[in-house]
Design a protein around this ligand. Structure first.
Ligand code: GRG
Length: 278
């Protein structure tokens, strides 16, 4: 991985470590569960994308670091909740026991809630930054909230629960767009919002987030195919043959690169090409 990427990832990790270091008497279980979950960080794709988009536009790294840290916290909350027995019921996450397996379901629910709330505590703690355009700053927070909530990730998870709803490919896409693309949309759009880019430009970033998330989710369906079949989960394989899925993926990827070129997002494009063409 390029040094610049590692540098960005290290900055987000160090932000996360210092933010989640509340030493409150009586909350040892919370400290332990957070420490356990973050023993292994993820790929940090969402913060990395946000920081590269900002670099492509000569945005302010300090502001975007704050938002990218919060975005990664929200992503981690969703994973902890998604692993619960009432959802995906997974015993392992990133090679370690899931939070509920190690500390129980109540601790896992509350740890997820803690990360979600901490994300908004972090972006609204403005002591360490200078905000030149408070309206745009609030719009960026709103974007993060919208993409996390019922018009975004949480809504997608509810659509996923509603098996009657996913009756065809377009409904599946609408669920993927919410469940998976929404947080990526935050990654692509927030730097543009903070910089006060035009509506057309932000719409372009939204489209890129949507395409990237769907591409990412279909790839995930392909790698989890056997596991998903075993539990009868509705995925893209429910509606399409493998050949058609590959054709679809290629066309989404082509469109994604075209949109990145249109907005001259060269460094972000380089990351994506590096991820999928190696
Ligand atoms: C909203 C209550 C509530 C729960 C959240 C929406 C949700 C439940 C979970 C979504 C998690 C999920 C399965 C998303 C699909 C996308 C996906 C494969 C995420 C994994 O993301 P990576 O690969 O993970 O970026 P790392 O480990 O690298 O951070």
């Amino acid at each position: 991985m390029e040094n610049k990427y590692l540098e960005y990832i290290d900055k987000v990790k160090s932000n996360i470590n210092s933010l989640l270091n509340d030493q409150i008497e009586g909350l040892e279980l919370l400290n332990n569960s957070v420490k356990h979950h973050f023993r292994q960080h993820g790929k940090m794709l969402r913060p990395l994308i946000m920081l590269l988009i900002s670099e492509d536009m000569n945005g302010r790294e300090d502001l975007v670091l704050k938002f990218s840290t919060s975005l990664e916290l929200i992503h981690n909350y969703s994973l902890i909740h998604d692993d619960l027995p009432a959802m995906d019921n997974d015993d392992y996450r990133r090679g370690n026991l899931t939070v509920h397996k190690k500390f129980g379901q109540a601790a896992a629910i509350l740890t997820g809630d803690y990360l979600l709330t901490k994300a908004f505590e972090n972006v609204t703690d403005i002591n360490d930054i200078v905000i030149e355009n408070p309206i745009k700053y609030i719009e960026a927070i709103n974007e993060l909230a919208l993409n996390s909530n019922s018009k975004g990730m949480l809504g997608g998870q509810f659509k996923d629960l509603n098996t009657n709803y996913i009756s065809d490919y377009s409904k599946l896409l609408s669920m993927y767009e919410d469940k998976t693309s929404a947080l990526f949309k935050s990654a692509f759009k927030i730097p543009g919002i903070l910089m006060g880019k035009s509506k057309d430009f932000i719409d372009g970033l939204d489209k890129i987030g949507s395409l990237f998330g769907i591409y990412f989710q279909i790839k995930d369906d392909i790698s989890d195919r056997q596991k998903d079949m075993g539990i009868g989960k509705v995925t893209i394989f429910t509606f399409m043959t493998e050949d058609d899925i590959n054709i679809k993926l290629e066309s989404i990827y082509r469109d994604l690169l075209i949109e990145l070129d249109k907005l001259e997002l060269a460094k972000t494009k380089e990351l994506i090409v590096g991820l999928y063409e190696k």
